[in-house]
Design a protein around this ligand. Structure first.
Ligand code: DGJ
Length: 783
């Protein structure tokens, strides 16, 4: 809902979602003064909400001689220029047509649109439901005929407001943009912490809290992608906020390139938040009549802590970002052959893996890297998308038919944005690669980046990938991108300051051209894992491979971090072999599944090495996942505070609250630990619920020498007999059953005790290091 009212001839804009309100007004000199962002207000008094200006504050610049109290530095603003008395971080640094950097954008007019106002070249959120409106406000720098249009789109049901801007030059002289943010807002400080999600390869999206002090906290990427270093999404949380209470604001950007987000605390206790394209190496010239549009930024607020904020974003992404045939659709359980084979496979090997996978209940077979050109290791072949006949003698079409016969869908890996110097593509077209004449190129994973600023390169990619997609029955694509950009330069550009943004526009162009006409294909984006996990890519690919780290203990951190910003329906999560290829850690098969089922489940291992009892376990896991898939992928997700450093708990609640599934994970065992509490939130306190652990197995080898306590005879724990027994037999693990109702669920249920040097019995929780359980909570049938 957008209301516009007038007081003393000032326009006041009130944007309302289901539970939030956002208010700003036009000041007497035409600036946009931010007034309020928070819980929806039913009745309010504007004067009470506005900051007062009754005394002259020393060392400030007076905007107009008629009003010595009007100093821009003191205002909470929706936008600010440079050189007119506001010395905070400006959302725009523009070399204006008059040659100066001074800009002052003043209100001209506004209009309201039904629905969203989509962009021509950039992905934006879409309508998807009624009740969406966009407010367009036109500002002008009166001295230079430069216009700035601000867009605010209100997504009522998701409690999200999006913002973006378009800058237009009407002046006969050109202007140069050095920085143009998608949004700017000044919020009153609440002892905020800024929370960012940072990391690197195999350790993406770890949460970091930065208390705001005077000055600025910056969250930025300069790698050419949104990056695994700093995800574009970030939060501001009041000092007393926790998972379920307190004021939390969330911000994110629908963009896959270099981004910057910052929070700057001023001496007036205002926090300026800006978010947009990173000005790093950015420069864009506008001649008369030309415009530049920024990506769309999104913001949300919740008074119910981090979970409330996350649930707003989850809802928004599932309804306004994910589009096409896969929107809201359950995602298939897949097997990916990467960790099983790397580059060493042939059709026989692949089909054997496929047959085994099918028997366990897998629905989609994904052939990863190595199927094309001379791609037998990561030194060669990227760019040459012709099938390697030594590995697949009858080609991809034949292979897809064999899979179909087995009852499996076929998915294929590509890395279309890259080229190996050792490839036919590079030998024939060295000019397609991003290189800088006169400077030696630096490689990443032995490869160069293709110049997506070049339309010929984009055409090549579209044609070569499309041919493969149309040649075989392919219903899933994994789109990889395995290096950052270096020596950024394109001979197609006059101004190299455009490179990084043009690269991303090029990426969106090829994704649209390849997948627009093929909406049945489920696209999973990937960039060495989660190196480009962002809302821009989610507009094309409904799911993203979260990390090359498949160790579930590491994934607890990675997925927890992602879950603040993105729903589980977007997170690819696989069960892999132990010891894990990234950490050498040994984790139980149960935990590998218990973590991966919170997301889009896959298996990435060589199934031929599984024992019969492990196969049984996996078969049951997949059946369980399918039974609860909707709850895992689309239920209401919450992170539950356990009050213990060695525990993580996640919960998914089915939309009608009739059931929930919760995962309780122990990252490290502690001797004689005090009892654990299991808290379930969001269920109906008037109903009674039945809580049971998902049946899982405890493999005897986990006991090592301790087996002597449970065996009537002495056996060598590493000997043949026990190894054989271990292949065929396992013990029931943590069999628990509770029946509770009312407030007990939220207060917490004390779980059975954990193993403390005691004997085995099925009710004792034998978690040890990295143990876990899934609990299914179902409403009791009413008599
Ligand atoms: C990096 C990806 O993240 C992996 O899953 C795998 O696809 C490899 N690339 C293949 O080269």
């Amino acid at each position: 809902m957008i209301h516009i009212s007038s007081e003393d001839s000032r326009d006041i804009f009130t944007l309302e979602t289901k539970s939030t309100g956002y208010v700003f007004q036009v000041t007497k000199y035409g600036h946009l003064e931010h007034i309020y962002y928070g819980s929806k207000l039913t009745h309010y008094d504007l004067d009470g909400l506005c900051r007062k200006r009754k005394v002259v504050i020393g060392s400030s610049i007076v905007y107009h001689p008629d009003d010595p109290l009007y100093c821009l530095d003191m205002f909470p603003l929706e936008w600010s220029g440079i050189g007119r008395g506001d010395y905070r971080f400006s959302p725009a640094e523009i070399k204006m047509p008059d040659g100066s950097f001074v800009s002052d954008f003043i209100y001209k007019n506004h209009k309201i649109h039904e629905g969203c106002v989509p962009s021509d070249k950039l992905p934006t959120a879409y309508k998807g439901e009624s009740g969406i409106k966009t407010l367009e406000i036109l500002l002008e720098d009166n001295c230079t005929q430069v216009e700035l249009t601000l867009f605010y789109t209100v997504f009522e049901e998701s409690n999200v407001i999006s913002r973006r801007v378009i800058l237009t030059n009407h002046n006969p002289s050109p202007l140069t943009i050095r920085r143009l943010m998608s949004m700017c807002v000044d919020l009153p400080n609440q002892n905020f912490r800024m929370i960012t999600f940072d990391g690197g390869w195999i350790k993406e999206t770890h949460r970091h809290d930065h208390p705001l002090r005077h000055g600025m906290v910056v969250n930025s990427s300069t790698t050419g992608g949104s990056s695994n270093r700093h995800n574009p999404g970030f939060l501001l949380a009041s000092s007393d906020s926790s998972e379920n209470q307190g004021d939390v604001y969330g911000f994110n950007l629908i963009y896959s390139g270099n981004h910057i987000g910052c929070a700057q605390l001023s001496d007036r206790q205002l926090v300026r938040i800006c978010l947009g394209i990173n000005p790093h190496c950015f420069e864009w010239t506008l001649r008369q009549g030309e415009s530049f549009e920024t990506p769309e930024a999104v913001m949300t607020y919740s008074a119910s802590g981090f979970n409330g904020m996350s649930q707003n974003f989850h809802n928004f992404i599932n309804h306004h970002i994910i589009r096409g045939e896969w929107k809201g659709k359950e995602r298939p359980v897949l097997i990916n052959n990467w960790e099983a084979h790397f580059f060493k496979f042939n059709q026989r090997k692949l089909l054997r893996l496929a047959r085994r996978a099918k028997k366990l209940g897998v629905e989609l077979f994904v052939l990863d890297d190595g199927w094309f050109g001379k791609r037998n290791n990561d030194h060669a072949g990227l760019g040459d998308y012709t099938v390697n006949r030594k590995k697949l003698p009858q080609g991809l079409n034949h292979f897809s038919k064999r899979l179909k016969k087995l009852g499996l869908a076929f998915g294929l890996w590509f890395e279309p944005e890259m080229v190996n110097p050792d490839s036919d593509l590079f030998r024939n077209h060295p000019e397609y690669a991003v290189t800088l004449p006169g400077r030696e190129s630096t490689l990443g994973r032995n490869q160069l980046v293709l110049d997506l600023c070049n339309p010929k390169v984009r055409d090549y990619i579209v044609t070569s990938v499309s041919q493969i997609l149309d040649d075989a029955d392919i219903s899933y694509v994994k789109w990889d991108m395995n290096r950052h950009i270096s020596e950024a330069f394109s001979p197609c550009l006059e101004n190299q300051g455009e490179f990084f943004h043009r690269y991303i526009l090029g990426l969106y162009d090829i994704l649209t051209r390849i997948f627009g006409p093929r909406p049945h294909i489920l696209l999973e984006s990937c960039s060495s894992g989660g190196n480009r996990f962002d809302l821009g890519l989610l507009c094309y690919s409904p799911q993203i491979w979260a990390s090359d780290d498949t160790d579930p203990v590491e994934r607890l951190n990675i997925v927890s971090g992602l879950s603040y910003l993105y729903p589980l329906s977007t997170i690819g999560a696989h069960v892999s072999e132990v010891p894990h290829q990234q950490t050498l850690r040994e984790t139980p098969l149960s935990t590998r599944f218990n973590v991966s089922c919170f997301g889009c489940l896959g298996y990435e291992m060589d199934l031929k090495y599984l024992s019969p009892v492990e196969k049984k376990e996996i078969k049951e896991q997949i059946a369980f996942y399918k039974q609860h898939r909707k709850t895992f992928q689309y239920g209401t997700f919450s992170r539950i505070e356990t009050g213990k450093a060695n525990k993580v708990q996640w919960q998914c609640l089915y939309h009608d609250k009739s059931k929930a599934v919760t995962g309780f994970f122990q990252t490290q065992s502690i001797a004689s630990e005090a009892p654990d509490l299991l808290r379930i939130i969001g269920l109906d306190p008037l109903r009674r619920y039945d809580i049971r652990t998902k049946p899982q197995r405890l493999f005897i080898k986990r006991f090592g020498g301790l087996v002597k306590h449970i065996l009537p005879i002495e056996l060598n724990p590493n000997g043949l007999i026990l190894r054989l027994v271990n292949r065929h037999y396992a013990l029931p693990d943590c069999v628990e059953h509770y029946r509770v109702g009312g407030d007990t669920l939220e207060k917490g249920i004390f779980l059975n005790d954990q193993f403390m040097g005691s004997y085995y019995n099925p009710q004792t929780r034998l978690l040890g290091d990295f143990g876990s359980n899934l609990y299914v909570i179902e409403s009791e049938v009413q008599q």
